[in-house]
Ligand binder design. Sequence first.
Ligand code: FE2
Ligand code: FE2
Length: 295
Amino acid sequence: MARRAWGRLMKHWHIDEIGWDRFDPSKVDPEIVPLIKAAAMVERNAADYVTYLTRVFADDPDFCAAAEHWGVEETQHGDALGRWGMLADPAWNFAAAFERYRAGYQIQLDAEASIRGSRTGELIARCMVETGTSSYYSALGDSTEEPALKQVCRLIAADEYRHFKLFYDHMKRYLARENLSFTKRLRVALGRIGETEDDELAFAFHSANEGAGTPYDHERCTTAYMGRAIGFYRFRHIERGMGMIFKTIGLDPRGRVSDMAAKASWKLLQWRRDKYRVALAKYAEESAVPLKRAA
Ligand SMILES: [Fe+2]
Ligand SMILES: [Fe+2]
């Protein structure tokens, strides 16, 4: 990476710059609290991804340096979200919840090659993750009226978009070398999007929100997470995210097809939201985190 670009990357916000003293408990939406606590787990766990990425890209010092810096930013996302979680729920212990998450969820660290089959594929998967987080924190930040959380979400959403651009630039470099076909790029992208319902988020929800005596149940935790999270999206977040997905796989991000895909995804998302809300209402009677309001 050019020295100037690296210098730009180094200018970054710090957790102490957040207006924590503006925290207003009367503006906290109880539905957002368990989501923020769960997101804090996943973000705080970035160091493992840095280990994995620096192994996969071991002979690429520019990328490894960028990945190290990326990991520092993601970890700070976790710390900021965790700090807000403790303000919103003073009885919550972020460190203890994160310890539970670490004890029960590990990514594969001994890889020497990308689990996506190629470096281009790995970077496409990273672009999908950053597309997802950028849209998600934009949605949460737009929705909340609580000033500290709004600031945290907006700063994080801006970071995630910058991360998208970072991985996208490296992906283009590898694509020129590896020449991955469109079909393969599409498959990796869709595959990574489909992993949203894997254990990473569901177990984060469990560790962050359920009592130590409650056994982990993937289905229940996915429902609890998705049933709440989907309700925060608006069409503009999906439209923007679709543009980023299209750009990653080499299609026009603002064309007619992208527009149609965004509209279809929005419909699908609404359908899934309703499905999850029905399931969530069923779980609510016995769940540790009761359903407080309908979306
Ligand atoms: Fe993040
Ligand atoms: Fe990120």
